[in-house]
Design a protein around this ligand. Structure first.
Ligand SMILES: [Zn+2]
Length: 451
């Protein structure tokens, strides 16, 4: 099927993409979705107390559902508790954390019932580790899309607003040399390839963007910042105003934000979410990141030897599959206080990357949260830490126009403050940092396993 699609002319591929979009639109955005969406909008006006009461009720439903799965029924038995005894906060925290490995090893054990025809099969790729395949109920799909549209609505982005989308889904064939997007007319969406962005193609990208004139650009920060940097290098500009720049699926690094603002003339807005649906965090117009408390139960669990917290979540909406206290592997820094916008939800000051973004010292000690030194270094377009088999570090970086070589001295010092002096560090200028097969740039790539 893919081979057949790849051989079609671009304009016919647009038709194929649009027809698939139309079919998906009918199923996804039906009357049930609209009902879920308006209920979510209503809950955004709730007081903290109302929000908390709703959350407690959802936690008890989630525990009851979990008790019908082989995995959690056994787990609850092992801690000697009936599901109903685990609803209060203190007992809930006695439930051991569920890791992705246990789920991907035996997903059957997490199913609450047999699969329905209306269930969707979701496959998470994950930049590290194993993939996970699980069923998601119709309710889950609707709640998840509604929570994303609620966040967009806060900024005035309505459904079917014309969007230039930079997506990891490969719908532009790899042999394409002319037009690096395909149109999904059903969604008013122009899906640009993140895999074709280069020195050679950047002018064609800008030409297409200028023809389409989408007020909304959405994509992952690695792709958009690469495009922005190439536009700067080649002195290429957009001929229209971008009203919204939304980013997702990766953490936004400081150097990426700078180049995005410079090129697109607007501050990127962001949310955090994952396919498993155990946690969702959305920005508000005040710039604060709010935990979506009505979507799932999120715990920020403080990690030893670090200021960061691991994001652990319990899903409310998936009737087909249970995840209780599931470790996302992502880290965040919670923030005290409430937001003046009045929306409920605990605040987070930053989402700080994957818990697996760490380097390992010779003694086996791990050092995570290494983005800080790079954020405070001016003139960087991109950076990545590579740790080789022997443990040595190579800092790969892409300098921008205002780069000054003396910055390396202070950067090395800031890194040394965190990792000490035991590992050699060298610096290497590259054209772009290594991407994962899905086109994302990771801060740390490590091939080192100490003895
Ligand atoms: Zn707010």
């Amino acid at each position: 099927m893919k081979d057949f699609y790849n051989k079609l002319p671009a304009i016919i591929q647009d038709v194929a993409v649009s027809l698939a979009g139309l079919k998906q639109k009918r199923v996804r955005y039906d009357s049930y979705f609209r009902q879920v969406f308006s209920a979510q909008l209503e809950r955004e006006k709730w007081s903290e107390d109302q929000s908390l009461a709703f959350q407690n009720l959802q936690i008890s439903h989630a525990l009851e559902r979990a008790a019908s799965t082989p995995y959690y029924s056994k787990l609850f038995e092992s801690i000697g508790a009936h599901w109903s005894e685990l609803c209060d906060d203190k007992n809930f925290k006695k439930i051991p954390i569920t890791y992705k490995g246990s789920v991907s090893e035996n997903p059957e054990a997490f199913k609450t019932r047999s699969t329905f025809k209306s269930d969707k099969i979701i496959s998470t790729s994950g930049t590290t580790g194993k993939s996970l395949v699980f069923p998601a109920s119709k309710k889950f799909d609707s709640e998840q899309w509604a929570v994303w549209w609620r966040y967009r609505a806060r900024f005035g982005i309505e459904q079917w607003t014309k969007c230039a989308l930079f997506s990891s889904t490969p719908i532009v064939p790899s042999h394409e040399t002319q037009r690096f997007y395909r149109a999904n007319h059903a969604y008013n969406e122009y899906r640009f390839s993140v895999f074709h962005i280069s020195e050679k193609t950047v002018s064609s990208y800008v030409e297409s963007l200028n023809k389409i004139k989408a007020p909304w650009i959405h994509g992952n920060p690695s792709a958009l910042s690469l495009l922005a940097k190439l536009m700067l290098d080649h002195n290429l500009k957009l001929g229209h105003t971008v009203r919204w720049l939304t980013i997702g699926s990766e953490n936004l690094q400081d150097w990426q934000e700078k180049v995005l603002i410079q090129v697109f003339g607007t501050k990127p807005i962001q949310h955090y979410g994952l396919m498993e649906g155990v946690a969702n965090i959305s920005q508000c117009p005040n710039g604060n990141l709010h935990t979506d408390e009505d979507f799932s139960f999120v715990e920020y669990i403080k990690q030893e030897e670090s200021d960061n917290c691991l994001i652990v979540g319990t899903s409310f909406c998936n009737d087909a599959f249970s995840l209780i206290r599931y470790s996302t592997g992502d880290i965040a820094t919670p923030k005290e206080g409430r937001c003046a916008c009045g929306r409920p939800g605990r605040l987070v000051s930053s989402i700080d990357g994957r818990f697996t973004d760490y380097i390992t010292l010779a003694g086996g000690e791990r050092v995570a949260s290494l983005a800080g030194p790079f954020h405070s270094t001016p003139g960087l377009s991109e950076a990545q830490i590579y740790q080789d088999h022997a443990g040595a570090l190579t800092i790969r970086y892409v300098p921008s126009i205002d780069w000054d070589n003396r910055n390396l001295i202070s950067l090395e010092k800031k890194l040394r403050d965190r990792i000490g002096n035991s590992l050699p560090i060298r610096f290497q200028i590259v054209d772009k940092v290594e991407r994962t097969p899905r086109g994302k740039a990771k801060l740390v790539i490590s091939d080192f396993t100490p003895e």
